[in-house]
Design a protein around this ligand. Structure first.
Ligand code: ZN
Length: 146
């Protein structure tokens, strides 16, 4: 599994050990619970909205290094963005982890997740927090990556 090692780049390790915005947000305007049963990842995403802008975002829960670091970077990426901008970023991140993004470097730090496209099981880990964010924005409550 030498290739798997390439996945755990420095940033991913850093964010999994020291996740950013890793706490409960109270009060939160919207929350959603996301589960990835295949790996055991489970996170709650909290949003505080100002109009259609994500004024604050946080998460808590547990999961593998990929899922946790991805959630940490997701919160940094969408804080201050409008719902439309966040959903657009979700689409681009999804393309990235599916290996379909033409210009990965334009996604900044998120580009480190490009490597997961070769590992279908890890794609779910990396995209869990983004699906959970989307569920929170759409007031869906909970989602499961089955
Ligand atoms: Zn995982």
């Amino acid at each position: 599994m030498a290739d798997l090692k390439a996945l755990y780049q420095e940033q991913i390790l850093d964010h999994s050990k020291n996740p950013r915005n890793f706490h409960k947000l109270e009060p939160a305007d919207r929350t959603a619970l996301g589960r990835n049963p295949l790996c055991g990842d489970q996170f709650t995403v909290y949003l505080r909205m100002e109009g259609d802008r994500i004024a604050d975002v946080a998460f808590e829960g547990q999961g593998c290094a990929i899922s946790k670091s991805s959630a940490s970077m997701m919160t940094q990426a969408v804080k201050g963005k409008t719902e439309d901008e966040a959903e657009h970023l979700f689409d681009r991140f999804h393309d990235l982890v599916m290996g379909k993004e033409a210009d990965p470097d334009s996604l900044g730090k998120l580009a480190v997740f490009q490597g997961v496209s070769e590992f279908p099981i890890r794609v779910k880990c990396a995209s869990l927090s983004w699906h959970t964010l989307k569920a929170a924005l759409e007031s869906k409550g909970s989602i499961s990556m089955e």
